[in-house]
Design a protein around this ligand. Structure first.
Ligand code: NIG
Ligand code: FE
Length: 417
């Protein structure tokens, strides 16, 4: 079975030879083919090019069934890769949203037992089935927004049993949804109440019990630590990443959201696949990332929702760094997984160009979650994960029309979703 999409106005993020990421000035460049076709075979992209170069006989050779779709006036975009989410959670936290409106800070809410600990209490009470059902709905929701790959973290269980429960839910999502999913163990998201004042003992529990059990069941692809003021120190982080590494878990960390925490440096020391948030970035952090294979990842939804200072993205790109954008979909700091809105926030709040936000939400975010060989661009051999827009003028219209859906059809692993 083949699908042939014809007369595409703009085929976006095309690559003749896949790259692992784009950085610096190249972030403003995007492979775009005008008046193009795209050929899908089974779950993969089998070919693409200009309409005038389409060899119809070759497509139909061998008597294959070919479904044709006319995309006149429409764009074809690779699906978004959302490289940072916490979309397995129980309940919601709109009460804290009101607290925030009344002027309490994220740290103050956390100190009052709100924040992550609030979600912790609820996740411990929820059954695996309930968590799966709620997360499954969120997966459907983000698939409808155009996301084709998503990284999901644990981190609301904060005890061995509940962390494993969350990771098993993610494992089931991997098996039962067409999205490409990576899972991250985030036992070090916060110190649970029962370990209050005994942070080092909680870190020991993560190292001696949780990590070995997560690894034994092969429940995680990555290990994450919230390395920031009021959460885990550089020393804690170093110990946990070191333990994770011994079990084959590559680091992917929360760093420098609340302070110059040293999170970037310790992440790079362990060759983290990404360091995420990055509101507090100085020359030292930028220089450190320039020497690394670590993807700087900015989460515009969390900064917008919490009304925080914005990460200096222009400075980072100017220095020659790549940047990825992700949604951080979670009940506390970013209750939205809409990557198109993330692109708009990237343009409006971080002064990124449309080409830059598209690179940041596709190719670069694919790297940030380790799926750059399968997703993130239109390249032969990659998964056929893409969407067809409604008739629009061009790529600029996507972030510009910041709440319009603009999606007409979605393909995941070659199947219309
Ligand atoms: O990425 N910064 C730490 N963790 C989450 C917030 C999670 C929560 O508040 O529930 C984040 O923003
Ligand atoms: Fe997060």
């Amino acid at each position: 079975m083949k699908t042939l999409i014809l007369n595409i106005k703009q085929l976006v993020q095309t690559e003749l030879s896949p790259r692992k990421w784009v950085a610096g000035k190249d972030m403003a460049r995007l492979g775009i083919l005008e008046n193009a076709y795209l050929l899908v075979e089974e779950d993969k992209i089998a070919g693409f090019g200009k309409m005038e170069d389409l060899d119809r006989e070759a497509v139909y050779a061998g008597g294959d069934i070919v479904k044709e779709i006319d995309a006149t006036g429409r764009l074809v975009m690779p699906s978004y890769c959302d490289s940072h989410t916490h979309l397995v959670y129980a309940g919601s936290r709109e009460i804290e949203y009101i607290d925030k409106i009344r002027g309490l800070s994220y740290e103050e809410i956390a100190k009052r037992g709100g924040g992550i600990l609030n979600s912790c209490e609820r996740i411990r009470k929820a059954s695996e089935e309930e968590l799966f059902d709620a997360a499954y709905d969120r997966i459907q929701e983000i698939a409808g927004f155009g996301t084709g790959a998503v990284e999901i973290k644990s981190g609301y269980g904060l005890d061995t049993e509940s962390e494993l429960k969350m990771l098993r839910v993610i494992r089931r999502l991997k098996a039962e949804t067409p999205l490409l999913i990576k899972s991250t163990f985030l036992g070090a998201h916060a110190v649970p109440l029962e370990y209050k004042g005994r942070q080092t003992e909680y870190v020991d529990l993560i190292i001696n019990e949780m990590i070995p059990m997560v690894a034994a069941e092969e429940l995680a692809d990555y290990i994450d630590v919230f390395c920031d003021k009021g959460f885990f120190t550089v020393e804690d982080t170093d110990r946990m990443l070191n333990a994770g590494m011994k079990y084959g878990l590559r680091a992917k960390i929360h760093a420098n959201e609340l302070d110059y925490s040293g999170g970037v440096q310790v992440g790079v020391k362990y060759n983290a696949i990404s360091v995420d948030h990055l509101e507090c970035m100085g020359e030292e952090e930028i220089a450190c990332l320039l020497e690394s294979e670590t993807m700087p990842t900015v989460l515009p939804g969390a900064a917008f929702f919490l009304n925080m200072p914005y990460s200096p993205v222009r400075k980072m790109i100017q220095a020659g760094l790549p940047v990825a954008l992700a949604s951080d979909y979670n009940p506390g700091s970013s209750p939205s997984g809409n990557m198109k809105f993330i692109m708009s926030l990237g343009c409006i709040n971080y002064k990124m160009l449309p080409e830059e936000v598209i690179n940041a939400t596709t190719l670069n975010s694919a790297y940030a979650m380790g799926v750059e060989e399968e997703a993130g661009s239109i390249a032969v051999g990659k998964l056929a994960n893409f969407y067809i827009t409604t008739p629009i003028s061009g790529i600029e219209y996507l972030p510009y029309a910041y709440t319009a859906d603009l999606i007409e059809a979605i393909f995941l692993k070659g199947e219309q979703y």
